[in-house]
Ligand binder design. Structure first.
Ligand SMILES: [Ca+2]
Ligand SMILES: [Ca+2]
Length: 178
């Protein structure tokens, strides 16, 4: 398939696009479950979204990855990241959601997610880097362990912990957000 421009709807499926993909609207959803979408240049416009499903730590099979082929290819981001993550992924795991094999740095960021941003989605904390992986130009999510007192920390629902009977008592946490 040569270049693809998406104006709306869902761009989904397997295979390689031997050309630039521009998501000007709608959603790009690699594979039909978790898998790989291989393209030449990639541009996610302000009205577009990249949906990334994460069920495990193997790129292209357990989580969605967009792979950019071609040393002169470019990646331009402006639209949103829609993360769909399985619960309780291992803290410290890294997910290269855009594997940029070209020589250029990623241009732009996902909406609201600047370099190094930390965010809470699907019950877990994440950090995003646009300068990760090989060549320092991949987009990498890291599943973080939340530290109490972290800026933006919110625990809105009551939580129960299991502790030894000898120490048995219970408590709940409430929001620590300022
Ligand atoms: Ca997918
Ligand atoms: Ca790279």
């Amino acid at each position: 398939m040569s270049g693809v421009t998406v104006a709306g709807g869902i761009f989904q499926g397997t295979g390689t696009v031997n050309g630039n993909v521009a998501i000007n609207g709608g959603v790009h959803s690699p594979d039909n479950s978790t898998g790989l979408s291989t393209v030449s240049g990639y541009a996610l416009g302000t009205s577009g979204a990249l949906q990334v499903e994460v069920n495990g730590t193997t790129a292209g099979s357990q989580y969605d990855q967009v792979r950019i082929l071609g040393i002169s290819s470019t990646v331009t981001l402006a639209g949103s990241l829609d993360l769909v993550a399985a619960p309780a992924l291992a803290a410290g795991s890294n997910f290269t959601i855009i594997d940029n094999t070209g020589l250029s740095a990623v241009s732009g960021t996902f909406a609201g997610l600047s370099q190094g941003a930390e965010f809470f989605e699907d019950g877990q904390w994440w950090r995003i880097s646009y300068t990760g992986g090989s060549g320092g130009n991949d987009v990498v999510l890291t599943r973080m362990t939340p530290a109490r007192g972290r800026a933006g920390w919110r625990q809105t629902s009551a939580r129960t912990r299991t502790i030894p009977l000898s120490q048995a008592r219970s408590w709940t946490w409430n929001s620590m957000a300022s």
